[in-house]
Design a protein around this ligand. Structure first.
Ligand code: GLN
Length: 494
């Protein structure tokens, strides 16, 4: 087995036993990126020099017996997450030259433990998309079949992990961006509960939904990374003070008596691929054999989740992206000599307006512009009540659906099981010019996001043509330990 193919658990063990060094492990990943990036396009920036320096430093820590869980482990980061001294574009040309002077909190935590940051992953620009085709740096190809998308928006992170170009990755999930690409690429991905992990240093998309989580090769690895990154952060007031459980301990717990809900609305979705349905049913059978109790449940407002999501997200997007004007960060377009604007052609205000307009017109891809327009409309006077306010009310109903099945007056379910996506990876270009079809791809992943619930995607076999299928395990708020426990049992019992 090649070093870059190891899991975190295996790599940490090998490092500890001095079977290889962190520099060798890092080089193995970097070599594969060099070979494969042209084709897969999972990385926008490879930080080879600093990675090798970090690996050397990790080797020193390990030699002195000061290694921690992630010391010397090479990882990659979605480009919509800020990394100190390493270019972070968000996959949009408007930030093509942006080098943050700071690390996002979750990245700082991993680097402080000795994790080796090897580069930045391609994604849909600012997280907008479900196929990675909205990146201004080209689409990411699925390593299992390069004619297919890797999923989105964190397609580069999922593809990099699946292709063994890194040992794990950190990505962002606002409405499925960790789970859906993880399912398309056959790896594990967790959207944590909103507030569990710090969002400080994440390029904000929709602030009331954004979360940060790991993409890994196994559930056990995911538990290790969550232990490293979860917790309260003074720099993100939405993080919760609740202590971080020892996720790795919960994995082995028996599923005897654990109640698993099967929400019928997810299984009635039009266009569900029969192979995905069959794979999910197989996992439900497996859960029964492992002693879990399967319960039919209903989440009646599920059908509104996409509509709610695609009002709230563009609204918050349009506000968050207002800061990118080509002046303070990123790429500034040259205004035309006779700028237009409210003060008239040629005025200084006209020139400034022209600069903003040009920078934004060339620096954002079409999907980002579409969302800014939709969001600005939804928030405008006269429409705010009908759109943003109304969707917030429906959002509460969706959240209450989850509360009712997880915390009824007596005996709720522990987790819910659904497919992660109604279909496996689709062909590159298939939905690229049909935004509605692309939005509908989020049908399974948007409800938990809108409600702030944790949800995990775990591989559940492959289709006849060899494309990975993922199943989703949704938990009650802050019950990541149970979600990981169920995921681990499914993954390790075949
Ligand atoms: N498909 C979702 C969207 O386009 C994914 C967003 C995300 O989780 N970043 O909004």
């Amino acid at each position: 087995m090649k070093l870059n193919e190891l899991t975190i658990t295996e790599a940490a063990e090998g490092l500890k036993k001095k079977k290889f060094t962190a520099v060798e492990l890092t080089r193995a990943c970097l070599d594969l990126i060099k070979k494969r990036n042209q084709e897969i396009n999972a990385f926008i920036t490879v930080s080879e020099k600093s990675a090798l320096e970090e690996a050397k430093a990790a080797d020193k820590l390990l030699a002195a017996g000061n290694g921690k869980a992630l010391t010397g482990i090479p990882f990659a980061v979605k480009d919509a997450i800020c990394t100190k001294d390493i270019r972070s574009t968000g996959s949009a040309k408007i930030l093509d030259n942006y080098v943050p002077p700071f690390d996002a909190t979750v990245i700082k935590k991993i680097r402080d433990l000795g994790g080796v940051l090897i580069g930045k992953n391609n994604c849909d620009a600012f997280g907008h998309g479900a196929s990675n085709e909205n990146s201004m740096y080209g689409p990411v190809k699925n390593p299992h079949d390069t004619s297919k998308v890797a999923g989105g928006s964190s397609g580069g992170s999922a593809a990099a992990v699946a292709d063994n170009q890194c040992i794990f990755a950190i990505a962002e999930d606002t409405g499925g961006s960790i789970r859906q690409p993880a399912s398309f690429c056959g790896v594990v991905g967790l959207r944590p509960s909103y507030g569990r992990n710090s969002r400080y240093g994440i390029m904000p998309m929709a602030s009331s939904l954004d979360t940060v989580g790991p993409i890994t090769k196994t559930v056990a690895d995911l538990a290790i990374v969550m232990e490293a990154i979860a917790g309260r952060d003074d720099r993100d007031a939405t993080t919760v003070p609740d202590s971080v459980p020892i996720y790795t301990k919960a994995l082995e717990e028996s599923l005897k008596g654990v109640k698993v809900g099967v929400p019928k609305e997810y299984y009635e979705i039009a266009g569900m691929d029969p192979e995905v349905k069959a794979a999910t049913e197989k996992q439900i059978e497996k859960l029964k054999k492992l002693g879990a109790k399967i319960v039919d449940v209903s989440l009646p407002h599920t059908k509104y989740a996409i509509a709610v999501y695609y009002i709230i997200v563009p609204s918050e997007d349009s506000s968050n992206l207002g800061r990118l004007d080509g002046v303070r960060y990123g790429v500034r377009s040259k205004p035309s000599p006779r700028g237009r604007g409210t003060e008239g052609e040629g005025s200084s205000q006209g020139a400034l307006y022209d600069l903003y307009a040009k920078s934004r017109a060339t620096g954002f891809p079409e999907e980002v512009k579409r969302r800014i327009l939709i969001g600005t409309y939804a928030l405008s006077a006269g429409y705010y009540d009908a759109y943003y306010k109304k969707t917030q009310q429906v959002r509460t109903l969706i959240k209450q659906d989850f509360d009712k099945v997880f915390n009824p007056p007596s005996g709720g379910v522990d987790v819910l099981i659904t497919p992660t996506s109604p279909f496996p990876a689709f062909t590159i270009g298939e939905k690229a010019n049909d935004p509605i079809a692309m939005y509908l791809a989020d049908v399974m992943v948007s409800p938990a996001a809108v409600a702030g619930m944790p949800a995990l995607s775990v591989p559940a076999g492959v289709t006849k043509s060899g494309l990975p299928i993922g199943i989703q395990i949704i938990g009650a708020r802050l019950k990541e330990a149970k979600v990981l426990n169920v995921g681990y049992q499914l993954e390790t019992n075949n």
